[in-house]
Ligand binder design. Sequence first.
Ligand SMILES: Cc1cc2nc3c(=O)[nH]c(=O)nc-3n(C[C@H](O)[C@H](O)[C@H](O)COP(=O)(O)O)c2cc1C
Length: 190
Amino acid sequence: MWKAMNETLKVIQRRRSIRAYRPEQIANQELEAILEAAIWAPSAMNQQKWHFTVIQNKDMLQRITDVAREVMKAGPERMAQRAASPDFSPFFHAPTVIVITGDSTGRFVRIDCSLAAQNIALAAESLNIGSCIMTSPELIFESEKGQELLEELGVPEGYAHVCTVALGYMDGERPPAKPRKKEVISYIRS
Ligand SMILES: Cc1cc2nc3c(=O)[nH]c(=O)nc-3n(C[C@H](O)[C@H](O)[C@H](O)COP(=O)(O)O)c2cc1C
């Protein structure tokens, strides 16, 4: 598949969704570079109607975890079981969590936010920092308590959760690559 290779392509190839993190915090300089990459993502008509809430506060992460546990308890069996584990963390114990919200009225805002999320993941990988883009925190943030948390976090009015990115130094090796479908590309050529 990879018929050409350079530093950018290597980073794309190397990135994995990481679900085990070391507890130490990532360096501020690294975080700032990752956030810069986020806001350099393209957005429809350059509207940039996104917001990035960086959470590194342990108490706040615990409070989000508590809401997640409550919400997931009422969910399907597998979800309830995961939440019941004493070691449960919706973000796999990542020390940095970026909640990406976007203006709910914008037609393309979910795409804009997704592109920013991928920039975050690739910038992180380029710095040897693990990431996991997640939509499951939607369950947390659409609950009443989750909505209150978003407000407390200072998310702009009218903005809704699009995805959350967990970030941290990887605990161990990157997992093996998940298989990719090859038949999803078609060419229309003369
Ligand atoms: C839109 C989106 C939502 C995702 N949501 C979750 C999630 O809620 N929890 C999770 O552990 N991984 C989540 N992932 C990660 C995917 O499971 C992962 O990207 C996929 O299995 C391919 O593995 P890779 O990222 O390591 O290449 C999500 C990825 C995307 C793009």
